[in-house]
Structures are given as structure tokens and as C-alpha cells.
Design a protein around this ligand. Structure first.
Ligand SMILES: [Zn+2]
Length: 252
């Protein structure tokens, strides 16, 4: 069975979130999903959803594009909940010119993750090098780290692998333009990659014009099976084990 390691279902991103929740609950291929918060209200909602839907787990965090003034003590309190498996998504995004503020939120949230013994989910939009230098010079995740929807680069991959950090593949790997992603997928060790939909964003081929949902994880797994020259079930099994190793609070 498959774990979608990164998706977004909350009222901020989806009006009809209940339909998406039911679709996941009824899908026998889907083992678990990690529903990822973007700010304090959406993070709280991921916990509310996880508490009444056993397949759902939660990640709480302030996304770099949502850094309005936020009391991070409240995030600490939310993150102590039993269904919160990670701090995320956090990181840097160079489409907005407030990098200094983003760096402050990133470093403070890594400190929270380290205090609570939680892994972090990193969003990096053209900022891999800067994030790596923050890890090396300021604060490094102590309990695991994943670069979600990894922007392909073999040099950055080598750093992550050397540190036992993970990457995840999303819909982009199915695109014809994804040559670099294919290279990274071939190189990444089998114990360090996850799959995700980033639903409702980044729909894979062949449903690229539809709203993305967790069921589409099958296209991403099929593509990885092709690249790694193995079976669908093998990729599903490997990524399920990897996800549970990284997000240790996921239960049976
Ligand atoms: Zn996301």
C-alpha cells in the first residue's frame, strides 16, 4: 500500500475538502497521507482532520510564502499533538523578496523540530544551496529532513544523501521535460526517496489538466518503477518503509 507523503487538504486550498477526504478513505491503494499545513490556521485544520480520519497524519508549519506575523509558541503547542509527524512545510522561496524574514522563520522552526524530536519538510524554490548553507552554519535538522518535490541537482543530492536526508518525487517526474529528475531518480539510493502528490497542485501526466488528488500517486509510482527498472509494488513497498522510517510517529 502507498503513502502520499505530502499533500494539502484544508479549506484554505479546497472548497470541497470533504469529497477529497472521502475519496482517500475509500481508496484501498492508499495506506496513509501526510496532510501538510501552510500557516497556523491550516496547520490546526490538518490536526482536526487527522483526529477523525485514521489514514490522515499532519505536518504543521509556516510556509515561506505565508510568513505573516505568527506566534511560534502556538506552533510548538500544535506540534506536540500525537498525529503531528513533522514540522512543515518550511523553507525558502525566491519568488518573494523577503528572504531575511523567511530565513528567520526557517531557522526558528528547525529549532522547534529539534526540540520535539521531529523531522522537517523543506520547501525550496531555487534555494537548495542557501538552505544547505543555513544547515551548515546555523541550525541543522537533528531528527530527519526531506526536501519535498526536490528540484533536481546531483550536487545537492550528494549533500542530502551524505547526511541521510530524504527527497520526494511528485508529478513533475512524469513530465517530458523532466530529464534532470530522471537522472536524480536513477542516482538516489533506494532507502532515501519518498513519493508525494502535492495535491491539489502539480498534476502528473496523463491528468495534467485536472485538479490533482491523492489517487494520482499511482502515475508517479509507475514512472519511478520504470526508471528504477523494478515493479510498481516494489516502489510502493520501498517508499512506504522509507516514509515510516522518516516520520516515526506514523502508526500501523
Ligand atoms: Zn506542498
Amino acid at each position: 500500500m502507498v503513502i502520499d507523503s505530502h499533500m494539502h487538504i484544508n479549506s484554505q486550498v479546497l472548497e470541497n475538502k470533504d469529497r477529497f477526504i472521502q475519496a482517500i478513505n475509500n481508496n484501498s491503494l492508499i495506506d496513509k497521507v501526510i496532510n501538510v499545513g501552510l500557516d497556523l490556521p491550516s496547520s490546526k485544520e490538518t490536526i482536526d482532520i487527522a483526529q477523525v480520519n485514521s489514514k490522515f497524519y499532519s505536518a504543521v508549519g509556516i510556509h515561506p510564502l505565508y510568513t505573516k506575523p505568527t506566534n511560534l509558541n502556538s506552533l510548538y503547542d500544535l506540534a506536540s499533538n500525537e498525529k503531528v509527524v513533522a514540522i512543515g512545510e518550511i523553507g525558502l522561496d525566491n519568488t518573494k523578496d523577503n528572504l531575511e524574514e523567511q530565513i528567520k522563520y526557517l531557522t526558528e522552526q528547525i529549532l522547534i523540530a529539534n526540540k520535539l524530536h521531529l523531522p522537517v519538510i523543506i520547501h525550496s524554490n531555487n534555494c537548495n544551496k542557501l538552505i544547505i548553507s543555513i544547515f551548515e552554519n546555523y541550525v541543522k535538522p537533528q531528527y530527519g529532513c526531506i526536501f519535498h518535490c526536490f528540484q533536481p541537482n546531483l550536487e545537492d543530492l550528494a549533500y542530502l544523501v551524505n547526511n541521510g536526508f530524504y527527497i520526494s518525487f511528485a508529478g513533475k517526474i512524469t513530465y517530458k521535460t523532466a530529464k534532470k529528475s530522471l537522472e536524480v531518480a536513477r542516482e538516489v539510493p533506494n532507502n532515501l526517496f519518498l513519493v508525494e502528490t502535492d495535491s491539489p497542485y502539480i498534476s502528473p501526466e496523463p491528468v495534467i489538466n485536472e485538479i490533482n488528488e491523492t489517487a494520482n500517486i499511482k502515475y508517479i509510482i509507475s514512472k519511478l518503477a520504470e526508471i528504477k527498472q523494478t515493479s510498481f509494488n516494489d516502489i510502493a513497498k520501498i517508499t512506504n518503509e522509507n516514509t515510516r522510517r522518516l516520520f516515526r510517529k506514523i502508526k500501523l
